[in-house]
Design a protein around this ligand. Structure first.
Ligand code: GLU
Length: 276
């Protein structure tokens, strides 16, 4: 039995990489007599376009997938607030008013998810007029949680190493929760037992494993699949000219056939599957 999920953010149309990801999650659940869930992650600040969610449902239907839909993230804000309060009360979060430009100017080290915040606001008196995010004090959190392991079906058993990503944002300035907090809480609330997603999110799992320990959440297994790449070796993205699933669907392409091709790893010209 496996409960898997596909959790797209409606901030742009889905492309072939998303189709591959949804099919992997769908098929793993079906092969194991489990359940495949769709969760719309619609709290991405100004970039979120909730009207795209209907397009996503049509795309999945076109690919021949069957799913159960769980509540969208925008309907779960209370649970994010509650968890953030719990972490705050444990002394594991601190407010940060730094802007992206200010952080860049500090020339911090590069981590798996971009620049690693050097902790400038930690313990500092902040201007209350400035909007603040809440960051995880990762050293403090690790000291509290101790050594943590997690398991990826395609890799080995990993020791969680969230320090690599530094003091990540838990509550954003422009959104009620960061991806890390929302996805971790939702996977637990939705009973997901096998988190399937692309390898680009592998580093995030270290942070999620830590959050699970801090918040007393169940620990699933993970399955980070390879990513579809274009000719230049870059991850597929709409902006690099790969047609969206909606465009393919509207042009009359056969979605069931496309899904079968993706299952067989037969990709359109110039597209390949890469695993790191
Ligand atoms: N909403 C995230 C995305 O679209 C999902 C990440 C995940 O599967 O955990 O990238």
């Amino acid at each position: 039995m496996a409960v898997t999920r596909f959790a797209p953010s409606p901030n742009g149309p889905l492309h072939l990489g998303h189709a591959y990801s949804a099919i992997v999650a769908h098929d793993l659940a079906k092969e194991r007599g489990g359940q495949f869930l769709l969760r719309i992650e619609d709290i991405d600040g100004a970039r979120s376009r909730p009207e795209l969610a209907d397009e996503f449902r049509r795309d999945l239907e076109w690919l021949g997938l069957e799913w159960d839909e769980v509540p969208t993230q925008s309907s779960r804000l209370e649970s994010y607030d509650e968890a953030a309060r719990e972490l705050l009360e444990k002394g594991l979060l601190y407010p940060c008013t730094c802007t992206r430009a200010e952080i860049e100017a500090l020339k911090p080290r590069l981590g798996p998810e971009g620049l690693v915040y050097p902790g400038t606001c930690k313990g500092r008196l902040l201007d209350p007029a400035k909007p603040a995010a809440l960051r995880l004090d990762v050293d403090c959190a690790m000291a509290r949680a101790g050594d943590l392991e997690w398991e990826d079906e395609l890799a080995v058993c990993m020791t969680a190493d969230p320090r690599e990503a530094g003091d990540v944002v838990i509550v954003r300035k422009d959104a009620p929760a960061s991806y890390h907090l929302a996805a971790t809480l939702d996977d637990a609330a939705d009973g997901v037992t096998l988190v399937t997603r692309g390898q680009d999110l592998f580093p995030a799992t270290h942070v999620h494993r830590l959050l699970q320990a801090l918040l007393g959440l169940p620990v699933p297994s993970w399955h980070h699949h390879g990513l579809l790449m274009d000719e230049s070796g870059k991850k597929l993205a709409k902006r690099r000219g790969s047609p969206s699933l909606a465009e393919r669907r509207n042009s009359g392409e056969d979605g069931l056939l496309l899904a079968e091709q993706l299952r067989l790893h037969r990709f359109p010209a110039g597209i390949s599957l890469a695993s790191t």
